[in-house]
Design a protein around this ligand. Structure first.
Ligand code: PEP
Ligand code: MN
Length: 337
């Protein structure tokens, strides 16, 4: 159920509705918009239906949300959610370009990459400190030391940091250093992890599961939002299909499908989506043309020597070139870089 407030209502009127909902042992979520606020009500709504909520001053209408995802749904909030993180906005007019290595290898390579991608126009730095690896014998990331290198790099470059968290027990430590917490594809339905990142205040970049449908994807976003963290960025990163020419199949149709169903920003990761350096730039461009709010790109100073995912990483020069080519494309879809 959502309660749509009239434009320009006083905080006192919102509080009145919130208090009434709490009294009914239901959970109110105030979703703030630029024009109007809505209050989403989660829980057993049978009591609510008997309440004359429409009579409360400031309430414009009361509506049922038919979708199983409530807070993430466009029915609850018509306007796009814009997430602000340092100088970067995600979901607004400016495209959010997040670039960096698959994993932080040492201090100098992360700093070199950060300076270079910043000069090329990236708004944030990515880099894994905790890595989800298929093999337990493969490099698992620098963990706490990697987080420290990322935080030092932010201090020197001003770029916000996006980094993955794998375990609910690490959420507090990662949240203390990172600007955006990434939930990887393998953890899209790790519900305890989703609940834990939902309880902290940094934005969450949620990657689509390897075989997740659009509803499952949005239900995972809902898990985070139900805990009170409404800053969720959805990321398409390719799904498993029978195709044998790329690592995954980058499903760009999900961009308009998500835009129809949710107000949350949608970005695309063509690096994991294709798994091949030569395919990254064409699919990055296609993603922007299809309405993505930004890109997550793997960039490495020496892709041939990268510890992880060198085959899909752009060199510093290739990243700079892609950014130049994205300029006119962004303008063609009324976005800026
Ligand atoms: C990553 O972005 O570093 C990563 C591991 O991606 P995914 O979870 O999409 O495989
Ligand atoms: Mn990677």
């Amino acid at each position: 159920m959502i309660i749509v407030m009239k434009p320009g209502v006083a905080p006192k009127e919102i509080k009145e509705v919130v208090d009434r909902i709490k009294k009914m042992k239901l959970k109110p979520h105030v979703l703030k918009g630029t024009e109007r606020n809505v209050i989403a009500v989660i829980g057993d709504e049978r009591n609510l239906q008997r309440e004359p909520l429409e009579a409360i001053p400031g309430v414009e209408s009361v509506m049922a949300v038919l979708k199983p995802y409530k807070l993430a749904s466009r029915e609850s909030k018509r306007e796009n959610t814009v997430i602000t993180c340092g100088n970067m906005t995600i979901g607004g007019n400016r495209l959010a370009i997040i670039a960096g290595p698959c994993t932080v290898e040492n201090q100098s390579m992360i700093l070199q990459t950060a300076k270079s991608v910043k000069a090329g126009g990236a708004a944030a730095l990515r880099g894994g400190a905790f890595k989800p690896r298929t093999s337990p014998y493969a490099f698992q990331g620098l963990k706490g030391v990697g987080l420290k290198f990322l935080a030092d790099t932010r201090k020197q470059t001003g770029l916000p940091i996006v980094t993955e968290v794998l375990d609910p027990r690490d959420v507090a430590a990662v949240s203390a250093q990172a600007d955006i917490l990434q939930i990887g594809t393998r953890n899209m339905q790790n519900f305890e992890l989703l609940k834990t990142v939902g309880k902290q205040s940094k934005p969450v970049l949620l990657k689509r599961g390897l075989a997740a449908g659009v509803e499952e994807f949005l239900m995972s976003a809902e898990y985070i939002m139900a805990q009170g963290n409404y800053q969720v960025i959805l990321c398409e990163r390719g799904i498993r299909t029978f195709n044998d020419y790329s690592r995954n199949t980058l499903d760009l149709t999900i961009i308009p499908a998500l835009k129809e169903r949710t107000h949350l920003p949608v970005i695309v990761d063509p690096s994991h989506g294709t798994g091949k350096r030569a395919y990254v730039a064409p699919m990055a461009k296609a993603a922007i043309a299809a309405g993505a709010d930004g890109l997550l790109l793997e960039v490495h100073p020496h892709p041939d020597r990268a510890l992880i995912d060198g085959h899909q990483s752009l060199s510093l020069e290739e990243f700079a070139q892609l950014m130049k080519e994205l300029g006119p494309l962004a303008a063609a879809v009324n976005r800026t870089l």
